[in-house]
Each structure stands twice: as structure tokens, then as C-alpha cells.
Design a protein around this ligand. Structure first.
Ligand code: SF4
Ligand code: SF4
Length: 472
């Protein structure tokens, strides 16, 4: 895709700056540090609102409660997961598998249609880097020109102060980010207890936190945009997911070329001001076509629109468009691949919605106790021993009863009543007793009703084993 469009542009452009290496690699393989401008414009303002909503949500979600539970609680140790007030247990694993499949299909479908908008607008890597770490850098080191000057100059007192301040703040943010991650897994109560016992009683956890803090700090203080080109598998998959109809950040080379300043009527709309390059956090020139590094952050759209406004040209020289819409001037089309993905996604979403709606608050499994056969119960009856496992997925205590719906018989519960606290998994044994004359076969089909406050919430089928009719 990049090659095809690249060739098209090569024919069109008077000058070309195509690379054979990532934008952050110099010819000798050394790292090229990027010092992008902070963008200004409508799209950036919307991105900032989205990013800060996501950041606030991330830092507060483990502490907020909904229906008596944390908003998000991923308790791997107890295999209990709380999402927006709904508690999930290993018994709901099929829902998780379907949700993950739906998410993957959704991401592929979304990418085919809208390109890498996720990367530039929602991805945690971009949100943390562009809306938390980068603005701090601008605050302490100044604008990109000053940042570059500071990076290149010898260490002096002012530079040392700035470096300590910036990296100190980065470390504090990384540390609290990792603590928040841990709170998602431990819950606030346990997390508070761990913090209270630090450092010696929880030396292992302390080491883990330090290691992850160091990784987080390394990614955002040093490795930065290289995650998107060298580490992220989603970024690397773009080449197979994008096609000529995909909507992405694109430069209208038909309108912009030949680029350059001046009154020459043969010139295109691009005045070659490089504002679009200066704001690019990936260090690329979008006028060279779609590139591996582009995260579709739309910063170049904002930059170019402000230039177009100043020179009184229509905005949209760089805009969200498909390659086809620019090269042929046609409107965006939905191809067969998009329709097929949409149908698969629709089916998956319908199945998941259905499974969520039929997912009961109390999950009950009844099995005949392994290795047991029928027993005589008094002189005229037989009994079978059963085991009941009950998972209370609600946020309150449940109190259920069992009733033998067919055939007529008796259920004798062994032990405590069938009460379970919220989130509790309970096991109980019980007997089912049938009259001998009812046990006409060695295997009798049973229907057991599960009642909560007198209302039947579930019907469970099982079998009753009796002596072979011929043996009686
Ligand atoms: S080319 Fe534009 S959209 Fe792509 S990363 Fe750079 S600024 Fe963002
Ligand atoms: S900001 Fe617009 S006018 Fe300036 S170089 Fe980029 S595309 Fe050309």
C-alpha cells in the first residue's frame, strides 16, 4: 500500500524525501530524537478531552464503586472479575472468549474502514505520551527549539535542574501509574494493606513495582514513539489491513502539488511551510504518503488547516480521506471485505448480547455424587446422593430452594440452607428420594426447580439411578 501510493506520489512530486528506514533512525543507525510542536486546533482540542477523560478514568476506576463493587476489579487470584458492577467468574469464561473474538474482529474491521484512528486517539501509548509526558517536557524544557538546544548543550547547572525535575516527575507518574495497575488486581483494600506493610514485609511486590515503574519510565522517557513502529503488533499489521478505500490522514497531492511559495499560478496549495512536519509526533512528512510510522493522530491536519486559514485557502489539504477518494476524486466506498467483517461482527455482538441477557445471577450445577449408586431409604424408597455447586454472581445474599418438579418425590438437604453471600461459591449435598414403584427403570429422568423467593429461576435436568427393573 505504502509502496503503491509512494510510486504515485513519486510521479507527482517535484521533490521527494522517501526513506528506506524508520523516521527515528539516522543513516548510521543512531537514534534521531524528535522534538514535535504541541499541536493547536479543533481536532487537538477534541483529542485532549478524550485523552483526559481516559486518563482520569484510568486513575479513578479502581476507587469508584458501582452497585457496591469497584468499577473494575481484576481479581486473578480468586478468579473473580468485576466490570461496571457485573461480577464474572470462571463459569463465564465462554463470554470472555466471545468478547475477545468480537474485540479482535472489531479492531480489524475498524482499521479496514478508519485506519489507525485508535492509535492516535485512544491508545494508552499515545494518550500517556502526548497528553501527559510530552506537555510536561514542554513545560520544563520549553518549545521544541529550546528542547533541541538543551539536549545538544553541555551539562550545566540549569540543564541539571531541568533534567532532575523532568525525570523526577516522570518517575513519580510512572510509580503511581504502576500502583494504579496493581490496585486493579488487588482491589483498594488489599492495595492499601500492601502499601501499609511496605517495604520489608512485601519485598517481592516492592521489587515488582520498582521493575514495572522502571519499564514504564523507560518507555515514556526514552523509547517513546518507537513502541509504535518496533514493538506494537497492531502497528505492524497495518500493512495487511489497510487498502485504498481505508479512511486515513492523507495529503491531497492533487491539490497541493507542485508545492512552494509564491504567486505562480502553476503552484499547488502547499506552501512548503513544514508546519505539518513540525507537529508530527512520529517524525514523518505526511506529504510522502501513508507511512508505517503514522498513527493518524491528525495533528498535521490541525497544523495545515491553520496555515490554509492564514493564506485564505480552503482547509482540508491534509484531511481524513481514502487514497482512492484523493486519486480519483470519488467518495469513500465500502468494499466487500468491509461488508463481510461487518456481518461477522454483527453476529458476534448479537450472540454476546444474548449470552449476557440469559446469564443468570445465580449459577447452579447439580451432579450425582461421583462413585455413588442408589441406596434403600427405609423399606419402600430409594435415594440418590447429589452435589450442588452454586455461584452467587449478585452483589447481595441469595437464598434459594430446590423443588422436585418431576416425578413426585422428596429432596432432603444435608447441612446448611442454600444461602450464599455475594460472590460466594457454595457446595451442598442433598438426597433425592423416590418411591420404589416409581423406579421402573435403572435410569429415571428428573426435573429440579430452583426457586428464589418462591419464584422459579431455573430448571435443571438430571438422572436418578435405581436397580435394574429385572433385578427387583
Ligand atoms: S503524519 Fe499526521 S497523522 Fe500521521 S502521525 Fe504525523 S501528525 Fe499524526
Ligand atoms: S502544513 Fe500544509 S501547507 Fe504547510 S507544508 Fe504541510 S501540507 Fe504544505
Amino acid at each position: 500500500m505504502e509502496v503503491v501510493w509512494g510510486r504515485l506520489l513519486m510521479d507527482t512530486f517535484q521533490e521527494s524525501t522517501f526513506r528506506d528506514r524508520p523516521s527515528t533512525f539516522a543513516k548510521d543507525g543512531k537514534r534521531i530524537w524528535l522534538f514535535p510542536q504541541l499541536p493547536k486546533g479543533k481536532l487537538y482540542n477534541i483529542r485532549r478531552i478524550i485523552a483526559w477523560t481516559l486518563l482520569i478514568f484510568f486513575y479513578l476506576a479502581p476507587f469508584l464503586k458501582f452497585r457496591g463493587e469497584p468499577l473494575i476489579f481484576l481479581n486473578f487470584l480468586e478468579r473473580k472479575f468485576v466490570l461496571f458492577g457485573n461480577t464474572f467468574y470462571p463459569q463465564d469464561f465462554h463470554l470472555l472468549v466471545l468478547a475477545v473474538i468480537a474485540l479482535i474482529v472489531f479492531i480489524v474491521l475498524f482499521t479496514v474502514i478508519y485506519g489507525r484512528i485508535f492509535c492516535g486517539w485512544i491508545c494508552p501509548q499515545t494518550v500517556f505520551l502526548e497528553f501527559l509526558y510530552r506537555p510536561i517536557e514542554h513545560l520544563i524544557d520549553g518549545n521544541p527549539k529550546n528542547q533541541k538546544k538543551l539536549a545538544e548543550q553541555e551539562m550545566d547547572f540549569l540543564k541539571a535542574i531541568k533534567r532532575v525535575l523532568k525525570h523526577g516527575i516522570y518517575l513519580i507518574i510512572s510509580f503511581f501509574t504502576i500502583l494504579t495497575f496493581i490496585t486493579y488486581v488487588t482491589g483498594t483494600a488489599k492495595g492499601g494493606q500492601i502499601l501499609h506493610e511496605w517495604p520489608m514485609q512485601r519485598f517481592g511486590i516492592l521489587m515488582g513495582v520498582m521493575a514495572f515503574t522502571a519499564i514504564h519510565y523507560f518507555v515514556f522517557a526514552w523509547f517513546r514513539e518507537q513502541v509504535c513502529t518496533m514493538v506494537c503488533p497492531y502497528g505492524r499489521l497495518q500493512g495487511v489491513m489497510l487498502d485504498e478505500n481505508t479512511i486515513q490522514v492523507a495529503y491531497d497531492y492533487k491539490r497541493g502539488e507542485p508545492r512552494g511559495k509564491g504567486e505562480n499560478s502553476l503552484k499547488g496549495d502547499c506552501i512548503n511551510c513544514f508546519k505539518c512536519v513540525e507537529v508530527c509526533p512520529a517524525g514523518i512528512d505526511i506529504r510522502n504518503g501513508t507511512q508505517l510510522e503514522c498513527i493518524n493522530c491528525t495533528a498535521c491536519i490541525d497544523a495545515c488547516n491553520s496555515v490554509m486559514k492564514k493564506i485564505r485557502n480552503p482547509s482540508g489539504l491534509i484531511r481524513l480521506a481514502s487514497e482512492k477518494s484523493i486519486s480519483e476524486g470519488k467518495s469513500i466506498r465500502f468494499n466487500g471485505r468491509v461488508i463481510a467483517y461487518s456481518l461477522v461482527l454483527l453476529v458476534l455482538l448479537s450472540v454476546i448480547t444474548y449470552l449476557f441477557t440469559i446469564r443468570g445471577d445465580v449459577e447452579i450445577t447439580i451432579n450425582r455424587s461421583p462413585g455413588t449408586m442408589f441406596q434403600e431409604y427405609g423399606t419402600d424408597r430409594y435415594s440418590n446422593l447429589y452435589n450442588l455447586q452454586m455461584v452467587n454472581k449478585t452483589n447481595s445474599e441469595t437464598d434459594i430452594e430446590l423443588k422436585l418438579l418431576s416425578p413426585e418425590g422428596e429432596i432432603i438437604l444435608m447441612g446448611d440452607p442454600l444461602k450464599t453471600a455475594k460472590g460466594e461459591v457454595a457446595n451442598r449435598d442433598f438426597l433425592i428420594v423416590l418411591k420404589k414403584e416409581q423406579v421402573v427403570r435403572s435410569n429415571i429422568h428428573l426435573e429440579i426447580g430452583v426457586l428464589e423467593k418462591g419464584k422459579q429461576i431455573e430448571k435443571i435436568s438430571t438422572t436418578f439411578v435405581g436397580p435394574n427393573a429385572l433385578d427387583k
